[in-house]
Design a binder for this molecule. Sequence first.
Ligand code: DAH
Length: 341
Amino acid sequence: MLNELKKLKDQAIKEIQKSKALDQLRGLEVKYLGRKGELTKLLRRVKDLTIEEKPKFGQLANEVKQELSRLFLDFKDRLEPSTPGSSGAGEYLDLTLPGRRYLQGHLHPHTLIQYQLEEIFSNMGFLVLEGPELESEYYNFESLNVPPAHPARDIQDTFFIKDKANQVLRTQTSNQQVRVMEKYGAPLRAVFPGRVFRNEATDSSHETTFYQWEGLMIDKDISIAHLISTMKTMLKGIFKQEVAVRLRPGYFPFVEPGFEVDVSCVICQGKGCTVCKKSGWVEMIGSGLVHPSVLRAGGLNPEKYSGFAFGMGLTRLAMMKYGIDDIRLFLSGDLRFLNQF
Ligand code: DAH
């Protein structure tokens, strides 16, 4: 009977390999593996075998069954009329089908602007440093010449943290100024990108969470000329054109003198539009020469060193660059907005 089994297997394999159509193959499957098929017939005769022969026969019969089943599947696959993408023998490639579009991620406008600024400032030799968002009142205010209860605190509506004494969500990236002076000393060139928080009622130009970009340069004999040329280099790098700036006196407790740097409106080229409120200028950057008490807080001697500092809304800059008129879009997660970048 073992021989019969082997013969049956060889015969089946031969016939399967010769089969040319699916119908033929299905017929063979029934002939050999069907309920009334050859293999089943042989198996019915197991009862005539001796006790010793039975297991051997059983095992071989199983192997034959598995091998033939695999072979049937394999050939079915080859004979099946193929669909595009299948591995069947008759597979065809329809070159007229449109390609599949892959969804690719892209950078958020905040990140785009930040990367551009990082490149511009790295080229000028500035370090790019990030700092903590949960900050002590000391670095966010006191070290910057804003003592507790000073009216200048009112300018920045602050999130105080309930269970953490003297901790705030930083209101400005200026929190980094004294930190980096302590860490790196002078001379020093560094920029600080980062997220800041204010307890604001939101509207099209105010958000509770936004991004700033801050810079600090300290050396011997640093003057306002260094500040202006750095600002112009930065603006030219971002807007790819010469951008005029205008300095007005401005009050920030950590600089003396302090300035508001107005930027010639790049939307209307200074002619006057809704973005610049018909003035041709957009208020964009706070700046000044670092106050002697801030230098001292950073462990530096104001008799020896001077420096400039500036800070601005990175979000604002992105609005200007990309012509975005509502700040709330940035964190809205609205794909109709984000997919434009
Ligand atoms: N930190 C200020 C703000 O959030 C901006 C600023 C003004 C930064 C003057 C500076 C500066 O470094 O010198 O409004």
